[in-house]
Ligand binder design. Sequence first.
Ligand code: AMP
Ligand code: MG
Length: 376
Amino acid sequence: MKPVLSKNRKCRKISKIVRPVLALLFLCSMIFMTGCSRTSPRHLTDTDTAMGTVIIQQIYVDAAPRGFAASAPNEEEDITEEVLAHIRKLETETLSKRVKESEIFSINEEAGKGTTVPLSPGMEAILSQCLEISRASGGAFDITIGEVAGLWDIDTWAAMDDDTLNNHPTQYKLPNKDELSKALTLTGYEKLTLENQSIRMPEGMSLDLGAVGKGIALDEILTLLQEREVSGAVISVGGSILTYGEKPDKSPWRVAIADPDDRTGSIGVLNLTGQWCISTSGDYERYVEVDGIRYHHLIDPGTGYPARSGLSSVTILTKSGFLSDALSTACFVLGEEKGMELAKQYDVEAIFVREDGSISMTQGMQAYFHLSKPEK
Ligand code: AMP
Ligand code: MG
């Protein structure tokens, strides 16, 4: 279990991870609540942390029609709590490689010893979709990156609160070449076997679902919203955002794409109607700087080092959370040319921000994207 942070520490921690996300959401929903009649949807908001990131929810709940008793406000508030509880359950029971009770943790423990391990139907589906993306991306996306990602440990470093960082500024140690070469021998999706609802992998290999966890969460939240009296919602799980339904004034959802050069700003806004999933993978999200070099969390499985693909970020727009999240990581590692091909192959829309700040996008994206910053 993660230690529970005191309120102050929690606030600091939220503020460290939340800054870019808040900036994003500030632009994301300029929502007006004027002239609420008894039948106007109620507007519920919540900001909290889960999955090592910030969860921001804005949900419109249908009020009871005239003549019917309105549902109790605390029942409605439960929707934001329910969403949060659902994300935390997904993390602790299924996806987390750190929480001992999760399915991935026990797969890494048992299958990592070379044993064949039975899988839940849900996990089997997730893993086989991941393998499909690995094949399609020629291995740029690879959940067997666990040992290599563990050596970099950037997630832990990036999640530290400011006090810890200030008191231990030189604590971060880069992995050395020998360690990385050894970890790379324990990487490779083609060495993993999924059959008869079970998994087999080489001894010492470990899985990391960090590249798809937030997208999977969006897909599950969508199912939850569809089962409830929700008329519209925009929910952000770190770099992945779900839009659903409509705003009371029927104007489009506005989702800002962060500027990799200045995370408090944006390069532009997506105007979206109804249900969409938007995921961004960027070199500015989690990184550590050592001797002036930025080491970020998007690893090239070919080298074991952070991918240097000429890009600063990739944003994917599609209906599926899983696909948006998996493809944003895959396209970042692949770089613009091959990433563009992969996006077309999956029929998703994509925006590529190059290291020099210039951008390119799929043709279909032009209908949604509105530039807010002059191109360099
Ligand atoms: P995202 O922010 O969705 O792009 O996911 C980044 C996370 O995915 C990292 O923190 C790692 O846990 C994991 N990861 C890094 N590189 C890869 C890769 N090439 N393929 C699959 N997962 C990766
Ligand atoms: Mg991803």
